[in-house]
Structure formats: structure tokens, C-alpha cells
Design a protein around this ligand. Structure first.
Ligand code: IMP
Ligand code: ZN
Length: 366
């Protein structure tokens, strides 16, 4: 089934850059560092190769990943690989998110971090990555147009890529403000929104409200990680804030479910992630079933395909088998994701056309 779903064009709206890193790249980076004497390979191998991680173990792994991906070159490399991996799953639109980081030791500022990510967009080789803003007109950079030359063979597969900047719950308000400012300044380079993520038991989301409100006032869409742990005040505050999208929403109580359903805020559903991190007890008990039944807007996503050893095709196959959905029903869900992207309407139209064409193919009429 995952193989079948791989052939279907899909959108990915909730994937963290460092959580999408290939295990092979992570091991390679760890080996390089151990040769330099920076770390002991045997001590980190277990952390990298462990399969069933609790939520808190995931954040330990993220800390290790961040130690291994500190320099600009590595950030560009992993970005390029992540885009190529999503394209290999037939993702036609990827909204990648990442937390801009400072590292004075290697001369990295939040801005240079984001520039390194955008350099990774441009370095993609196996597919045509369309990463520039589409403010009315999708622009094709020279090098991509050149690579796409049809005289040399068939058209290259293409993937539209946009970036969300994440605020980490460990940050201060100043840090969050800096990220929002950066996102506003880099809007013309493909940044389309703001995310709030990080260890849900660390910090308080209200700390970031002024930064989120500032982003909102400037028209930047916002998605919040919500309800990964039961935190009544926070969940209710986030629902009241009414972000453009919400991630996870696992630990809600009856009244909160009611508020969510009335709000129509699209939910980014990450099945494997939620089960692995024990935010839900099993896929069978996942709130996807209830939200799908009441036709709440939903998007299937991976969260951290590297960390959770999954793919977006696998998540579709999982949803199909666990919730007994037909290919047609699930294709409709994939197609609806177009309505919830943070990029502009012109790109939405383009994606709709691609999905409609695919619908004909998968319905057997073409
Ligand atoms: P990065 O922002 O590219 O470094 O991706 C990794 C980061 O994403 C982590 O350090 C967390 O801040 C965030 N993240 C990834 N997965 C989760 C999750 O399941 N819950 C909350 N935050 C997450
Ligand atoms: Zn996430």
C-alpha cells in the first residue's frame, strides 16, 4: 500500500528539517566527529539507531542532531537531501519548517542559518525544486530552467518548496521576535509562515504571544504545536488564538474538541509520530477517526520522518488500513491539503491542477 501511495502526488505541510535527516547522513556525521575526537561513536550510535523513542528521548536525539548539524555546509546538505527524499515520495509541495539557530563558534547567525537552508533548496539535483516566491508569478531561476531543458530528455519531476521558521519553546521572547523579524524580511525568499514547536513540557506558550501577534499583524500565517501533553490552559489559549493551522491536537478534553470542531482550524495529523511519542495510545484510538467523521479539515503529515523512520506514503497507507478508507476518500484528503498551504493563491491553483490531473489518472479515466 505504501508503494501505491508513493505514486500519488501529495503535499507535506508538517516536516521539521532536522527531524527529516537521513539516518545514514546522521551516522556519517557522527563518524566524522568521532574521528576528530569530538564525541565517542559507541555512545551516540545507540541514540541514533534506537527505533521506539519516547517524546523526551526524541528531544535528546534532536539535541544530538543539532550538535552534528552545526555548520552552514551541513545545513545546506541535509536540506538538499530532505527535499530530494520528499520528492522521491512524489511530494509536489513541501512546506519545510526549521528553527533558525545561532552558533557563534562557526560564525552562524539566525539569518545565515536560514540562508544555508535556502542554499540547500538551490542545491537540489534529482528534481526541479521551485523555491522562489510566487508573488503572482512563479519565477524560475536560470539554473533550474536550464536543468529542466527538455531537449535532453523527459521533463524533470518538480517539487514546490516553501519554508516556515519555527520558534523553539526554549527561546526567550527576544529570540522569538528575531525569528519573526527574519521571516518577514525573508518573505521574498520563500518563507511563508511561523511555527511554534519544541519540547511541550518546556516553557510557556504565552511567552511568545507578542511575537506571534506581531507575525499575524504583518499577515504571516501561523501554525502551533498543540496538545502534545495535557495542558488545559495552553490548549484553550491556543484554540482562542485561532492560528491558521494546528499540529497534533492529541490531549484535548470534550469542550476543547467541541471548540476545535467549531473553529474549522485545519489539523496537521502525524500518526506515527503521535503513537511513537505516546501522545496517543494507539493508531486505532487516534482522533483522526473522529475528526475525519465530522469532516474537520485534516492534513496527513510525517513530522519527523528521519526520527520516526516513516515516509509520507507510509502515513497514507497507515491511514487507509487503520481507518478503513478507500483510495478515493484518501485521495480527496490529499487533494484538500492544497486549501491549507501557506503559499499564495496562484500556487494553490497550480497545485489544484496537478492534483486534478492525477485524480483522472487514479480514477482510471486517463
Ligand atoms: P529543526 O527545527 O530543523 O532543528 O527540527 C528539529 C526541531 O523541531 C526540534 O528540536 C523541535 O524543536 C522541533 N520538533 C520536532 N518534532 C517535534 C515534535 O514532535 N514536537 C515538538 N517539537 C518538535
Ligand atoms: Zn512537529
Amino acid at each position: 500500500m505504501a508503494e501505491w501511495w508513493r505514486g500519488v502526488p501529495k503535499l507535506e505541510l508538517h516536516a521539521h528539517l532536522n527531524g527529516s535527516i537521513r539516518s545514514s547522513t546522521l551516522l556519517e556525521l557522527a563518524k566524522e566527529r568521532s574521528k576528530k575526537g569530538d564525541l565517542v561513536l559507541s555512545e551516540v550510535e545507540g541514540v541514533i539507531l534506537k527505533d521506539d523513542r519516547s517524546l523526551q528521548e526524541c528531544f535528546k536525539l534532536f539535541d544530538l542532531i543539532h550538535v552534528l548539524t552545526t555548520d552552514h555546509g551541513t545545513i545546506s546538505r541535509i536540506t538538499k537531501e530532505v527535499i530530494e527524499d520528499f520528492a522521491a515520495e512524489n511530494v509536489i509541495y513541501l512546506e519545510l519548517r526549521t528553527t533558525p539557530k545561532k552558533n557563534e563558534a562557526v560564525g552562524m547567525s539566525k539569518r545565515s542559518y536560514v540562508e544555508a537552508v535556502l542554499a540547500g533548496f538551490k542545491a537540489v539535483e534529482t528534481v526541479k525544486a521551485i523555491h522562489l516566491p510566487s508573488d503572482g508569478n512563479i519565477q524560475y531561476p536560470d539554473e533550474v530552467t536550464h536543468k529542466n531543458s527538455t531537449s535532453e530528455g523527459p521533463r524533470m519531476q518538480q517539487i514546490f518548496v516553501r519554508l516556515l521558521l519555527s520558534i523553539d519553546r526554549r527561546e526567550s521572547l527576544d529570540g522569538a521576535m528575531e525569528t519573526v523579524q527574519l521571516a518577514l524580511e525573508m518573505r521574498n525568499s520563500g518563507v511563508v509562515g511561523i511555527d511554534l514547536s519544541g519540547n511541550p513540557v518546556v516553557g510557556e506558550w504565552q511567552t511568545f504571544l507578542p511575537a506571534l501577534t506581531c507575525a499575524r499583524k504583518q499577515g504571516l500565517p501561523i501554525t502551533l504545536h498543540c496538545g502534545e501533553v495535557p495542558n488545559r490552559e495552553e490548549i484553550q489559549g491556543m484554540l482562542e488564538f485561532r492560528p491558521e493551522r494546528l499540529g497534533h491536537v492529541c490531549c484535548l478534553e470534550d469542550l476543547e474538541w467541541k471548540t476545535l470542531k467549531e473553529s474549522d482550524i485545519p489539523v496537521e495529523v502525524c500518526l506515527t509520530s503521535n503513537v511513537r511519542t505516546e501522545c496517543v495510545t494507539s493508531i486505532a484510538d487516534h482522533h483522526f477517526a473522529d475528526l475525519y467523521r465530522v469532516k474537520h479539515p485534516l492534513i496527513l503529515c510525517t513530522d519527523d520522518p528521519g526520527v520516526f523512520s516513516t515516509t509520507i506514503s507510509r502515513e497514507y497507507a497507515l491511514a487507509a488500513s487503520c481507518f478503513d478508507l478507500t483510495k478515493t476518500e484518501l485521495f480527496q484528503l490529499a487533494k484538500n491539503a492544497v486549501n491549507f498551504i501557506f503559499a499564495d493563491n496562484k500556487l494553490k491553483e497550480t497545485l489544484r491542477l496537478i492534483m486534478e490531473e492525477a485524480e483522472c489518472v487514479f480514477a482510471g479515466t486517463k
